[in-house]
Write a protein that binds this ligand. Sequence first.
Ligand code: FAD
Ligand code: NAD
Length: 398
Amino acid sequence: MALPKIVVLGAGYGGLMTTVSLQKELNHQEAEVTLVNLNPYHYVTTKLHEPAAGTLDPDYAQVDIAGLLKPEKVRFVQDEVTRVDPENKEVHLAGREPLKYDYLVFGLGSAPETFGIKGLLENAFLIRNLNGVRQIREHIEYSFSQYHNSEEKRDELLTIVVGGAGFTGIEFVGELVDRIPELCRQFDIPREKVRLVNVEAAPTVLPGFDEELVKYGMKYLEDHGVEFRISTPIEECNPDGVILKGGEKIDSATVVWTGGVRGNPLLEEAGIETARGRVKVDEYLRAPGYDDLFVVGDSSLIINEEAGRPFPPTAQMATQQGKHLSGNLVAQLRGGSMKPFKFESKGTLASLGRGSAIGVAFGKKITGSTASMMKRINDWRWFYLIGGLSLMFKKAKF
Ligand code: FAD
Ligand code: NAD
């Protein structure tokens, strides 16, 4: 008899957690599990702001997928998913025949939210994957080197604009605060020549986060030379820089957009109902109307009933979903029943560069080096969950 086919799309936080948990829980020959991912490696999305700024070697933010899987339990397919066809229960890939499934786990992450802003996709950098962040680092280094080597000393080469002061924007700016002095030394440029501008549409940075912590974070970053432009949406991005609401222009050779995310477009294209590309999943993480299609991570949407709005898409959410879903899939295969998923927030931490952070952990507000240490422990925990102690020690950065 053919084994039930479980196909997991995406080796990010949600997909990889589902897969490694299935690998642990399933017995030999209980199911045929296939993991599909674009690259042969998993990149640690939560660390991408570091290689983007050049404060971390990208090797530390990537893990070879083959090294995490047991081939007798999970088949790994490196390919690009081009279409999901829930009616025929198949997944189309760029480079091979479609894959058939009995259960599909969709974990292909998010897409950038651009709000239709003119010129953004063409002219701004995005912190989305490892190759993209390598480009950001190289571009900043090249701009500094151009400034150093040219006669005319164009200021825009030393002006970096970060669009959006949500968690990604703030964490990236925090890394740049650490990196810029090093670049200034390397290229013999006075620090005061460099402008680092963080533009935010909302009346505050980190909208919705604890006010006291936001104040701490802003002061820390301002003391380190960051200029904040609050309540000032970017309305256009062009090769010369950005145009803000009201018409002000900031000339900049480096614009990095961190203005938010939406769900992966493949779900909408599959005819599944979405809100900003995200699928409102049921208590078992299923897409509405399907009992064999599960969505984990940034493309799923769960309402926080207490707050009356969706939980933000986070690695913490994706990890918990992946773990829970694996248990439910195993239960289904064994004729048992599924348990409803409930997200348990362990807190939120935002780094402000290497030595500082702000956040709430175990219900307590923490700042500075204590918060920074907690943030690092979170990274280590992820490596431990997917690859055990050996991976954790290999990747841990103190
Ligand atoms: P991802 O982790 O993005 O993985 C998606 C995977 O799918 C990738 O491997 C990708 O290559 C693959 N893929 C995509 N499209 C295709 C395709 N068509 N075919 C094949 N493969 C494909 N959250 C926290 O909880 N804590 C944090 O500290 C934190 N820090 C962050 C810092 C940064 C800089 C960023 C950008 C985000 C941060 N987040 C954090 C959010 C967190 O990273 C995401 O919520 C999380 O990565 C979502 O997991 P996911 O599995 O949905 O997608
Ligand atoms: P976000 O939606 O959290 O923040 C985007 C920011 O961009 C918002 O503050 C928004 O007001 C601003 N913005 C939107 N349009 C703008 C415009 N035209 N001009 C200027 N600013 C504009 O998105 P994100 O920071 O990319 O984060 C994505 C998800 O990942 C979130 O759920 C976040 O919680 C999570 N994340 C978590 C962490 C962490 O826990 N440390 C770190 C990074 C990301």
